[in-house]
Design a protein around this ligand. Structure first.
Ligand SMILES: [Zn+2]
Length: 378
């Protein structure tokens, strides 16, 4: 009895397998499980891309976008926030490390305030500058990390070593970087997981509360980003709203895929170590639970087809060869599918995919050349 109790305590303390690094095996299911998952995942997707879609490519994109908005609960969030006008408050700018840094806060729903960093090149003059939206993933301090707002020297060294500060990179390229906290991932914008009810995962707590209300966690993140894009387009001084890029690694890359799919203001999107099929061949789900969109595979399509809603705009994708969160087989199949859809529109040159030699991280040498061309930077 005592042994059982100890075992139960150990499981309670360490049993939150959600989001832990897998061992790289994506096919360890029993025969019975495999058969069940194959049947589930083998169902036809209602809105997968087909060249025969009635009305043609744009009609398919319009239908798929409308379905995506519906499935992520975007329309419900809009209804819940009806009558609310997002407001932005800005703190004073400070000069840091060769650029201007400013803290902003946007109230995207009543009582929900998302903090964000604005980084500006020091000498912009009157010239309007492109904007790069930087979306972080599962890092409670991710928006600070991305913006180069370091806790200490150790934080800075570790971040710079893996080139994990895309906001700082963006401002050094001559862009305005917008680096918001991501709801459910940033400590500043997470709902408590009381009693560890949701596996001691704030992002899963967010998901569960959202699902009860007919929303999704990813829908809230898309909503917040859309509110920021509205503000950038209407009020961000010095911003050229016709030249907006978006990037993110991991969960930030997942968010990048959905925002770029839905919002044509994103001229170039860079999901890093994130864009792949929803499941492995055997049914293993790659992304964290908080990225879940109920019914997406049946009612809409697999993730590469959703990423194809970015067409005709540019998409640059990387994956790390040593990233144990993803399967090379699934990634290769997904990239083949995306390349096919881009080629159907004769836009092969607007899609780039590269394997990179390391793990789950950014690879600036791949995405900056594409971003720079798309955002007309020298
Ligand atoms: Zn999560």
């Amino acid at each position: 009895m005592r042994i059982l109790l100890v075992a139960a305590m150990v499981l309670t303390s360490f049993g939150f397998a959600i989001g832990e690094q897998p061992t790289g095996r994506f096919d360890g299911y029993s025969d019975q499980e495999r058969a069940y998952l194959k049947r589930l995942n083998g169902q036809p997707a209602a809105l997968a891309y087909t060249p025969e879609y009635p009305g043609g490519f744009e009609a398919w994109q319009a239908a798929a976008r409308a379905k995506l908005k519906d499935l992520i609960g975007f329309n419900r969030i809009a209804a819940h926030a009806a009558g609310h006008l997002p407001t932005v408050q800005l703190e004073r700018e400070t000069l840091v490390d060769g650029h201007w840094r400013q803290l902003g806060r946007i109230e995207t729903e009543p009582g929900i305030t998302i903090p964000f960093w604005i980084l500006r090149p020091m000498a912009a003059g009157n010239q309007k500058l492109p904007v790069v939206m930087c979306a972080h993933g599962h890092d409670a301090d991710g928006w600070n990390t991305y913006a180069g707002v370091y806790k200490d020297k150790e934080h800075q060294t570790a971040t710079e070593k893996k080139q994990g500060n895309p906001g700082v990179q963006a401002v050094r390229q001559g862009c305005i970087a917008i680096v918001p906290a991501t709801r459910g991932l940033a400590k500043s914008n997470s709902i408590s997981d009381l009693n560890g009810r949701h596996g001691n995962r704030a992002c899963r707590a967010q998901l569960m509360h959202c699902l009860l209300a007919g929303r999704t966690a990813i829908g809230e993140r898309v909503w917040d980003t859309t509110c920021l894009l509205d503000w950038i387009a209407s009020d961000l001084v010095g911003a050229d709203a016709k030249r907006i890029g978006m990037l993110g690694n991991s969960g930030g890359g997942v968010l990048t895929v959905y925002v770029a799919a839905l919002d044509k203001r994103i001229a170039v999107a860079h999901p890093s170590c994130s864009l792949t099929s929803y499941t492995s061949e055997s049914g293993y789900i790659f992304h964290c639970d908080c990225c879940m969109i109920p019914g997406v595979q049946a009612e809409l399509a697999d993730m590469p087809d959703i990423a194809a809603l970015t067409i005709p705009r540019q998409l640059v994708v990387v994956h790390g060869q040593r990233d144990s969160l993803h399967s090379a087989t699934a990634v290769n199949e997904s990239m083949k599918r995306l390349a096919f859809i881009y080629s159907q529109r004769n836009l092969d040159d607007r899609f780039l995919f590269r394997w990179q030699p390391e793990g789950h991280r950014f690879y600036p040498s791949v995405y900056w050349p594409v971003m720079k061309r798309a955002l007309l930077l020298n």
